[in-house]
Design a protein around this ligand. Structure first.
Ligand code: SF4
Length: 475
């Protein structure tokens, strides 16, 4: 294991996360690091003892009076110091350098707004945050692919989200509050009824406030886990039919011709059919409850019905090597889906794999996951896919990222907006989080209203919580 301590507590958890990334990146080599921060005379310094070696870094950058801006600068300094010390002591580099946040693309946009030319974003990311050349270029490519998307709205345009946290079974890596539908049978119909009411009430609040809707996303969970009639009622309740309308149909074992036709009839124009892997042994091991053949059948139905189709894959699944991942990716790509999203396995708290004692990603999996992600990027780029949105998650194998790739003309605008927090969100359903984006001295401030996650509690508190959300959205 590793140990990390810092005398400056406000930054300790973010710095701990950076140290943790070094631990997994170095194949689980144990180390201990102590960082002592000192502020004096307008400057700051770090003394870092890493496995007996001492490193000292001093900074004299001007620090603004504004607390938020000052925090950003001071934290970045501490991260750079720790990064350089551990990089030297352990002899490894991290793909995302000193970054620990989940939205690196946003930092690229920040550089653009500071006047860095688009062609120099990658170099500036590497210089300022020590990001590897490949990942810095990836940020720059994502920004280029997002060109023409609304960067910040007028405050009166929102995205509309509906959450259905039900699945056929629970995958062992899942950290969402997604419940196997069989366990909640008696709540399924009341939940669909409540959703229909919440969708109608939210749509009325938006109409009364003069809001327009840019895109709709019905996610989960596995929305297609709902029985056909309930799925129809929920989707038909959404009154926005001439916009990008995605239903994350999800697990191939829940996708049927009947449900796809219901989606089509309700105005859905994009679906996700997600295999994650096409290796049946892995699918069994991770509790997916479907086979590769189920995926091919579901995909074909969706494609034939004219949907824009996304397929999700995971790099770094237990027991899979680069050859297995390559087989999956090439077979999926041969189907020519409009979007392919490549996730990196995370074993976040709440998943069965984390509960089984794997507190961190397997340190030995870093190199394999890195090779898979690099292969995917090169292979998909050769096949004319471009990376168009990107985010990171804590505890991802190899400290890597999740990337959405698209063929030209098929970007999912909801995904871009969600990652970059471009537009407010009006969210319905258990666990749905509505967001307001408020201009502030530091760019924007995000305010959130979270619906109760547990379906039973959501139903119990429905009448009390819905008016509160309506007030949140209307002012
Ligand atoms: S399909 Fe997705 S949401 Fe459902 S259990 Fe699996 S990972 Fe979780």
């Amino acid at each position: 294991m590793f140990g990390y301590e810092c005398n400056y507590k406000p930054f300790e958890s973010e710095l701990f996360e950076l140290a943790r990334q070094f631990y997994t990146q170095s194949g689980g080599r144990g180390f201990s690091a102590v960082q002592t921060v000192a502020f004096d005379g307008g400057g700051a310094s770090d003394t870092i003892t890493a496995d007996g070696a001492e490193y000292v870094f001093s900074y004299s950058d001007a620090v603004p009076d504004d607390k938020t801006a000052a925090r950003k600068i001071l934290l970045r300094q501490r991260k750079i110091s720790l990064y350089k010390a551990l990089q030297d002591r352990l002899g490894v580099s991290l793909p995302w350098g000193a970054l620990t946040g989940v939205r690196p693309v946003r930092l690229g946009y920040g550089l653009l707004s500071e006047g860095v030319p688009p062609g120099e974003i990658a170099a500036a990311m590497s210089e300022k945050y020590l990001v590897s050349a490949d990942k810095a270029r990836l940020v720059s490519r994502v920004i280029a692919a997002q060109s023409g998307c609304v960067r910040r709205g007028d405050g009166k345009t929102v995205d509309f989200y509906v959450h259905i946290p039900l699945c056929p079974t629970r995958c062992n890596y899942c950290s969402f509050v997604a419940v196997p539908i069989g366990r909640l049978q008696k709540y399924v119909e009341p939940y669909a009824d409540a959703l229909v009411r919440e969708i109608a009430a939210t749509a009325k609040t938006l109409a009364d406030g003069g809001f327009s809707v840019a895109s709709v996303y019905v996610g989960g969970g596995t929305p297609a886990a709902l029985p056909p009639e309930l799925l129809r009622r929920v989707l038909e309740a959404v009154p926005y039919k001439d916009v990008e309308f995605t239903c994350e149909a999800g697990r191939p074992d829940a996708v049927t011709d009947e449900k796809l036709k219901i989606m089509r009839g309700a105005g859905v124009n994009r679906v996700c059919v997600n295999p994650q892997t096409l290796n049946d042994a892995t699918l069994r091991a991770i509790g997916r409850g479907h086979t590769a053949a189920d995926f091919f059948a579901a995909y074909e139905k969706a494609y034939k019905l004219g949907f824009t189709v996304n397929t999700d894959l995971i790099a770094g699944l237990e027991g899979e090597d680069l050859a297995a991942f390559t087989r999956t990716l090439t077979a999926v790509r041969a189907l020519n889906p409009h979007n392919i999203t490549v996730h990196t396995l995370c074993n976040k708290r709440g998943s069965d794999i984390a509960a089984n004692g794997q507190a961190f990603p397997d340190p030995n999996a870093s190199d394999a996951a890195g090779a898979m992600v690099a292969f995917a990027d090169g292979y998909l780029s050769d096949a004319k896919y471009v990376p168009y949105y990107l985010y990171r998650q804590k505890l991802a194998a190899g400290n890597l990222e999740n990337v959405g790739y698209t063929l030209d003309g098929f970007r999912c605008v909801f995904n871009i907006n969600a990652m970059e927090e471009n537009l407010p969100v009006a969210a319905c359903g258990a666990g749905g989080v509505s967001k307001k984006i408020i201009p502030s001295a530091h760019g924007v401030k995000i305010e959130r209203f979270a619906n109760v996650k547990d379906i039973k509690l959501y139903l119990e508190e429905f009448n009390k919580r819905l008016p509160l959300k309506q007030i949140f959205l209307s002012i």
